[in-house]
Design a protein around this ligand. Structure first.
Ligand SMILES: [Zn+2]
Length: 61
């Protein structure tokens, strides 16, 4: 039986995580007001989670 340690030291697992792809998943378009919502900003998420009528948020960036 081959022991795990016989195979040599554990290989470093590199998780490739392209920042571009990650950026894309941080945004979605609100179906109610059509604004792009930044999922990293909880205030925006909370605002657009309201399913009734709401205005696009004015962003103070
Ligand atoms: Zn909205």
């Amino acid at each position: 039986m081959t022991r795990l340690s016989d195979l040599g030291p554990p290989k470093g697992v590199t998780v490739h995580c392209p920042s571009e792809a990650k950026e894309d998943s941080d945004f979605y378009r609100c179906e109610t007001c059509g604004q792009i919502v930044d999922l990293k900003d909880i205030r925006q998420v909370m605002w657009h989670q309201f399913e009734g009528e709401h205005e696009p948020l004015e962003l103070d960036s």
